[in-house]
Design a protein around this ligand. Structure first.
Ligand code: TXA
Ligand code: MG
Length: 320
C-alpha cells in the first residue's frame, strides 16, 4: 500500500496521522470520530476549549460543514483555496461541538499540499488537524520535528507519520473571521492583505473581539526552551564573551554574525525568514543554547507581521 493509502486506512480506524501541509505539519484525525478527536487533544496536551481547524479536499462542498456563508467568504474560498487561509464560519450540525470547543462556529481550510490533498481526496470526509506539536511549543515544519514532540505519545500500528519534506510557508495559515459583516484577521499569516481584500471584494476590519479563542493568542506560545530576546539592530548584541558559544542569532542575511555566536539562519527575504523561523528555534534547543538573539525582518507586509507576531510570542514571559 502507498503512504497515502496507509494514512487513509489509519484515519478510518480511528488513528491519527501526522500530515504535511504547505504551512506546518498537522496532527490529523477524522472530524466525525469523537474518540479520535479526543486523542488529538490528549496527544498534544491541548485544553479542550481550543477549537480545531477542519481541513477539506479541494472542491469539497463547504455548505456541508458551514451555514449562512457570507458572499465575501465564498469569494475568499473561490480565489484563495487551496492555500494558507482559514475561514471561521457558522457550523452545521455535521460538525460536532467536540471539534469547536462548544462554539457555534468552525474554522475551515483547504491546504495546498499534494500529500494533504491526496489524503483528503482519498479519505472523502473532513480532517481536523492542529499543528503537530505539543501545546505551547514551536510548530513543526518537518516530519522529524513532529516526531520529536509526539512520537512517544503516538501508538505504533495505529497512528502514522507522513514525511513530505520541509514546509514551503513555515508559519501557520492566516485565520479570517467570516461571521460578521466584513472579514476580520484573527491570526496573521503570509498571505498579502491586498490578496485577501481583493478576493473578499469588501474591506477588511480590524480584529476587536478578545473573546474569540485563538490559541496562538495566548501570551507565551510558539516557544522554544531557550530564552528569546528581540533586538532591533546588531549593535544591541553585546554578549559576554564567555556566554557566546551558548548564544544563537537569527537575523536577516545582511546582518553579520559576531565571533563565537551560533548563526541559526540568515534568510534573504521575509518568505525565507518565515520558512526558516521555527526550524531555527528548534535548532537552538537541539544545540542546547541558552539564548536566541533575534533581529526580525523589516517592513510591514503580511509575512513580516506574521513573523513578528510569532517572535513576540516566542519572546513573551512564560508561565512557570
Ligand atoms: O496552518 C495551519 O492553520 C495549521 C495547519 C496544520 O493547517 N493548523 C493550525 O492549527 O495552526 P492549530 O490548531 O495549531 O491552530 C488553530 C487555530 C487556534 O488558534 C484556534 O483557536 C483557532 O484556530 N480556531 C479554531 N476554530 C476556531 C473558531 N471557531 N473560532 C476562532 N478561532 C478558531
Ligand atoms: Mg498550533
Amino acid at each position: 500500500m502507498s503512504q497515502v493509502e496507509l494514512a487513509v486506512e489509519a484515519l478510518r480506524n480511528s488513528g491519527l496521522v501526522v500530515l504535511p501541509t504547505e504551512t506546518v505539519y498537522g496532527l490529523a484525525a477524522d472530524v466525525s470520530d469523537p474518540g479520535a478527536v479526543a486523542r488529538v487533544y490528549a496527544v498534544k496536551g491541548r485544553p479542550a476549549n481550543h477549537p480545531l481547524i477542519l481541513h477539506l479536499a479541494a472542491g469539497a462542498r463547504l455548505d456541508t460543514w458551514a451555514a449562512q456563508i457570507p458572499e465575501y467568504a465564498l469569494g475568499l474560498a473561490a480565489n484563495l483555496w487551496p492555500g494558507p487561509l482559514t475561514l471561521v464560519v457558522n457550523k452545521t450540525d455535521r460538525v460536532g461541538g467536540y471539534v469547536t470547543g462548544g462554539q457555534s462556529t468552525v474554522a475551515v481550510r483547504v491546504p495546498d499540499h499534494p500529500i494533504a490533498q491526496a489524503v483528503l481526496t482519498e479519505f472523502g470526509g473532513g480532517l481536523v488537524a492542529p499543528s503537530a506539536n505539543l501545546f505551547g511549543h514551536v510548530s513543526p515544519t518537518t516530519a522529524a520535528h513532529a516526531e520529536q514532540d509526539l512520537a512517544d505519545r503516538l501508538i505504533p500500528d495505529v497512528d502514522l507519520i507522513l514525511d513530505g519534506g520541509p514546509c514551503e510557508v513555515g508559519v501557520e495559515s492566516t485565520i479570517v473571521n467570516c461571521t460578521g459583516p466584513a472579514p476580520e484577521i484573527l491570526r496573521p499569516g503570509t498571505l498579502p492583505l491586498s490578496d485577501i481584500q481583493q478576493a473578499a471584494g469588501v474591506a477588511l476590519v480590524e480584529s476587536t473581539d478578545p473573546t474569540i479563542r485563538v490559541s496562538g493568542a495566548l501570551e507565551s506560545h510558539y516557544a522554544p526552551a531557550a530564552s528569546v530576546r528581540l533586538l532591533t539592530s546588531a549593535e544591541q548584541m553585546r554578549p559576554d564573551p564567555s556566554l557566546r558559544p551558548r548564544i544563537g542569532l537569527l537575523a536577516p542575511y545582511e546582518i553579520p554574525t559576531p565571533a563565537g555566536v551560533v548563526r541559526l539562519a540568515a534568510p534573504r527575504d521575509e518568505l525565507e525568514y518565515a520558512r526558516l523561523l521555527y526550524a531555527s528555534l528548534r535548532e537552538a534547543d537541539a544545540l542546547q543554547l541558552e539564548r536566541i538573539e533575534v533581529i526580525g525582518p523589516d517592513g510591514d507586509s503580511a509575512a513580516v507581521r506574521a513573523i513578528r507576531d510569532r517572535l513576540n510570542r516566542a519572546a513573551a514571559d512564560r508561565p512557570s
